[in-house]
Design a protein around this ligand. Structure first.
Ligand SMILES: [Zn+2]
Length: 318
């Protein structure tokens, strides 16, 4: 091994350790090479992640660090949890939940079917949770499902992990003295995305329709689309005020100004890639033109790097 390649390996190690430490959890494709699916790498990184608990408003807290961000509302009706994180972090999630209150876990909502939001379904169900989700989320979890862009086929989930309380357009929960509005986006990041809005607290969990400071993944294999992602970003903006606290699917808790920035990043890169495609440039030429370059330093540090995002956008523009 040359000094140079040793240095590169070391830097790679430091980069992945750093990601785990900052609880980004989802690890760039390039760190692991193409032979290992990003799903395997992300689950592995998730196991070493730390869980941070952030108190928001009116008893609603966010748990950051195990795959998709989790929201929790404890109370006499039992804990309501939005998204279940990785199964490998069960011990850490359970410890964080117990610290919040001694109420049992009674209600789990999945914002969509992806593994980093539903791997914990089975243990939360066995702890007492009824699982609520959009009907397409149940559909994908019930059967073997392949995601081409992750090069991974998920087996059907075990019976206990499959949502039993499903809906199509919207549903309102009244629990622990709070009103929680669940709303379907239509095709966005997948074909089953929903938001959860804690009305009195004015706290919105967007699922993976918002990635705060990270390029988003778009799951074309299960009905996601670029136009749908941008439409969802606009819909999220239309329903929040300066005061709304917003929990993204990935990245830190934020609000309206960060959501505007995210929407602008998506539309700017879409317009650039669309213009290059209209000029007749090939995918390789467009990737080489680095249409995300101005944003990479801030936005490419998570699960989707600039090249991967360019490829996802290319698929979605006419
Ligand atoms: Zn997702």
């Amino acid at each position: 091994m040359s000094a140079q390649s040793r240095d590169i390996s070391r830097r790679r190690f430091v980069a992945s350790a750093g990601l785990a430490a900052t609880a980004v959890c989802l690890v760039p494709h390039r760190l692991f090479g193409d032979e290992q699916s990003l799903v395997v790498a992300a689950r592995k990184a998730g196991e070493t992640a730390n869980i941070t608990v952030q108190a928001l408003r009116r008893n609603v807290s966010a748990l950051i660090g195990s795959g998709g961000n989790i929201a929790v509302l404890p109370g006499g009706d039992g804990k309501l949890i939005i998204d279940a994180g990785f199964a490998g972090t069960r011990g850490k999630i359970d410890a964080a939940l117990t610290k919040l209150s001694s109420d049992p876990i009674k209600h789990l909502v999945n914002t969509h079917w992806h593994f980093d939001h539903t791997d914990g379904n089975e243990w939360m169900h066995s702890a007492g949770a009824t699982i609520t989700a959009h009907e397409n989320t149940r559909k994908h979890l019930s059967v073997s499902t392949r995601v081409e862009d992750w090069n991974f086929t998920f087996p059907a989930s075990p019976a206990g992990a499959i949502p039993t309380d499903v809906f199509n357009a919207d549903k309102t929960l009244r629990l622990n003295g709070a009103t929680i509005a669940l709303k379907y986006y239509g095709s966005a990041h997948t074909d089953g995305d929903i938001s959860a809005y804690f009305s009195e607290a004015d706290v919105l969990h967007t699922g993976d329709t918002w990635w705060n400071g990270h390029f988003p993944f778009i799951d074309y294999s299960t009905g996601g689309s670029l136009d749908g992602m941008i439409k969802a970003a606009e819909a999220n903006l239309a329903r929040v005020t300066e005061k709304t606290i917003v929990i993204p699917g990935h990245g830190p808790v934020g609000g309206k100004s960060e959501m505007i920035e995210y929407r602008d990043v998506l539309t700017t890169i879409r317009d650039r890639v669309a213009a290059l495609k209209r000029e007749g440039k090939s995918l390789n030429e467009i990737v080489a033109a680095k249409p995300t370059a101005a944003y990479d330093a801030k936005w490419a540090g998570g699960f989707v790097n600039g090249e991967f995002f360019t490829k996802l956008v290319y698929k979605g523009v006419g």
